[in-house]
Design a protein around this ligand. Sequence first.
Ligand code: MN
Ligand code: MN
Length: 473
Amino acid sequence: MERKNAWEKYDESGKKDVFEFSEKYRKFISSCKTERECVKESVELAKAAGYKDLYEVIKNNETLSAGDKVYAVNMNKAIVLFSIGKKPMEEGLNILGAHIDSPRLDIKQNPLYEDNGLVLMDTHYYGGIKKYQWVALPLALHGVVALKDGTSVEVCIGEKEDDPVVGVSDLLIHLASEQMTKKADKVVEGEDLNVLVGSMPAAKKTDDSDSENNQDVKEEKERVKANILSLLKEKYGIEEEDFLSAELCVVPAGPARDYGFDKSMIMGYGHDDKVCAYPSLIAQLESVKPEKTSVCILVDKEEIGSVGATGMHSRFFENMVAEVMDRCGQYSELKLRRTLTNSCMLSSDVNSAFDPNYANVNEKKNTAYFGKGVVFMKYTGSRGKSGSNDASAEYIGKLRKIMDDNNVSFQTAELGRVDLGGGGTIAYILANYGMNVIDSGVGVQNMHAPYEVISKVDLYEAYKSYKAFLKDA
Ligand code: MN
Ligand code: MN
């Protein structure tokens, strides 16, 4: 059951389409590194495609009908989009889902300290990372600081060409003989992922007449920190106390790059799972007056178990389906349940792509390969499929026909050899409604490393698969 290389089916003009789509994606992930940034950009793209804010529609007591398009944002960190179809929603929705959070270092609530003339910020890592990969790299700070007056300040340091970057230091090899004997999970420990942000003291006060004042003595001792705080005050209008209500993420600095002499791949931060979220979003925006209502849900918190108000476990999705049905004059509790049960979903997340350097973690017949198209995973999980949504054979049969009818290259895979490890996605959560869900997505090398790699043609086949699914499922 050899799968063909998807590049082979494209002539020069077809390859041009692949590269053009990939370039838009490369730009998207270069500026949208956090879930908040993804939501903000998604709203811009949605508005440009004629989408209206669902909350406004409700407030104005407007109704919705086939051909209308609405979106709803959840706490600035998740978004759901609906393109209302011709059929009653009760017959089921065609749903695309993916997550927009990625592993990173989060700044702690009380982060800033000075140690021997250096100012650092304490972090707590987010998601599953190999901690030793996050040292000696140019890093950027993205996020928001919420102020007591109800306003928020957006922070982004390290992305513009003349911006400074920050980083976590590594131990020099010359003094690492003890460190090099440690297990990989202890080589760099979580509490030591401290980000260096400054080393220059504030200018000395000219008037030191009341130097016996304790506060002044302390300030004298922490003059580098004082300088950093005054810079933050000047640029963002924030004070040290404001870190208490901030969400600041430390992520790799700089844009994603074309990868390989042939530029057939992209190396960048956060392919997991923007490489599925972006093509899902674009396919959704291009779905106009479909037969069945098209839905795209992009969620937060997948990397830490899909928990909380903005994760897939939240009631947000179900509530928004109810609101849209209500605006369409189709709501009842029973109809909502039928709608969810009769729906179909492509729950998209990355899969590990075959890597010749680590070939023995895969069973070669059931592994994703770069260039072989969108990946369908019947099940994920670990230790005997535990924790997995196991898509039904009948549903996969239907999807095979849709993909073949629309000339979409696809492959099937598992995440590695049996009992080597495993992983979960959001698929099982939606499956609780009794709907048909399958894990699908794009193969990635270096998953969860600061710089991950994907194949451009796989990204493009994913986009085509989403278009085909919204049209024909
Ligand atoms: Mn993922
Ligand atoms: Mn992940």
